[in-house]
Design a protein around this ligand. Structure first.
Ligand code: PLP
Length: 393
């Protein structure tokens, strides 16, 4: 049985061209980019070339790019670094209720340390409310951190409007763009954010490499102290193989972004419409227009996401649930809860995240295999039995 991977928002395989680019840096070109001899200088030159390429792709300057160990570190560095640098100005942070845990748990940590955090509400697709944002800004607000696209449903936030509102009040803006890089064009000159987070492994690059974009003139404190690496902002021997791999992954993504994204858009629309045709009581949790093309989050009311995932896994399909189930408790994820779904629907959310390996045949296969799974599971569900009883009388 061919296995079908539809969980690209979790991670992606390294693209063959990326792998070929990386390998020589593990043995032939292994120099430490900080060494002064030729081994080191060659590694540094290749790293700086990668930095220039990446900067070029996202409309930034090379000196605005800091390499980190991934999206999680970049989120931590942006928030903790900006807050620490501005502690004299104030202690208030604004974020949304649907951020990635790298942002949310960093904000929770700061709350425990005496900072104040406002969590903005979202609509049924996960879009923040700009009026609420405007009203939440206070004299002591030092940072607004709102993600570019959500990892669970792909919905894209209005970052340019957020930046405009923040600029009126002189507040820094950070955005986690891990799910948009390589999927929608990113031009940092137009977006206008002060800080932005990126990661390579969601776009067919290696795991363990990320970027924090820091706009020229924006000052933050380092998170990891050490040698004079990355303009004294991030200590540690540079991960040159992963850095050149990141640049290559972005080059590959840019080479066919339009074609690949319109292909993925069509596949997710076909998936959505095909399921709507065959199955009742569905909720579409992804924005109809403003979303990254490969992501489609759908709730199957009266069911638990876990059981759908396991049934699909037995059919060779890898998808993920929106719910972060911890042992025994079936609590819906913070994202699905924030969308305001009935609890039984929030529990039955499935994230399909399609990518390069997926074909129309894969979607056809899901449209053939999933409806009988849903029917079988609902026939066993006491919640669904209750509903059908109430309907008939
Ligand atoms: C995957 C992901 C991260 C974490 O990135 P890592 O490189 O795995 O640490 C952060 N934010 C979002 C939105 C993500 O999807």
């Amino acid at each position: 049985m061919e296995r079908i991977y539809m969980d690209h928002n979790a991670t992606t395989p390294v693209h063959p061209e990326v792998l070929a680019t990386i390998l020589p840096y593990y043995n032939e070109k292994f120099g430490n980019a900080s060494s002064v001899h030729t081994f080191g200088r060659e590694a540094r030159a290749d790293m700086e070339e990668a930095r220039e390429k990446i900067a070029d792709f996202i409309g930034a300057q090379p000196r605005e790019i800091i390499f980190t160990s991934g999206g999680t570190e970049s989120d931590n560095m942006a928030i903790l670094g900006a807050v620490s640098k501005n502690v004299k100005k104030g202690k208030h942070i604004i974020t949304s209720s649907i951020e990635h845990h790298a942002v949310l748990n960093t904000c929770k940590y700061l709350e425990n340390k005496g900072h104040e955090v406002t969590y903005l509400n979202v609509d049924k697709y996960g879009v923040i409310n700009l009026d609420q944002l405007r009203d939440s800004i206070k004299d002591d607000t030092v940072l607004i951190t709102i993600m570019h696209a959500n990892n669970e449903n792909g919905t894209i936030e209005p970052i340019e409007e957020i930046v405009k509102i923040a600029a009126e009040k002189g507040v820094l803006v950070h955005s986690d763009a891990v799910q948009t890089l390589g999927k929608v064009p990113i031009n940092l000159k137009e977006l206008g954010v002060d800080l932005m987070t990126f990661s390579a492994h969601k776009i067919y690059g290696p795991k363990g490499i990320g970027i924090l974009y820091i706009r020229r003139g924006t000052r933050i404190d380092p998170l990891i102290r050490g040698g004079h690496h990355e303009r004294n902002l991030r200590g540690g021997t540079e991960n040159v193989p992963a850095i050149v791999g990141f640049a290559k992954a972005l080059e590959v993504a840019n080479s066919d972004m339009d074609e690949e994204q319109s292909r993925l858009w069509k596949l997710t629309e076909k998936l959505k419409n095909g399921l709507l045709d065959q199955i009742d009581d569905l909720f579409i949790n992804s924005h109809p227009e403003n979303r990254v093309p490969g992501t489609m989050n759908i709730s199957f009311d009266y069911l638990e996401g876990e059981s759908i995932i396991l049934s699909l896994d037995m059919k060779g399909v890898g998808v993920s649930t929106g719910s972060a189930c911890t042992s025994g408790t079936l609590e819906p994820s913070h994202v699905l809860s924030a969308l305001g779904l009935p609890i039984a629907a929030a529990q039955g959310a499935i994230r399909f995240s399609l990518g390069r390996s997926n074909t129309e045949e894969h979607v056809d296969y899901i449209l053939q295999e999933l409806p009988p799974i849903i029917k079988r599971l609902r026939d066993m569900s006491p919640l669904y039995a209750d509903k059908m009883k109430n309907k008939s009388c």
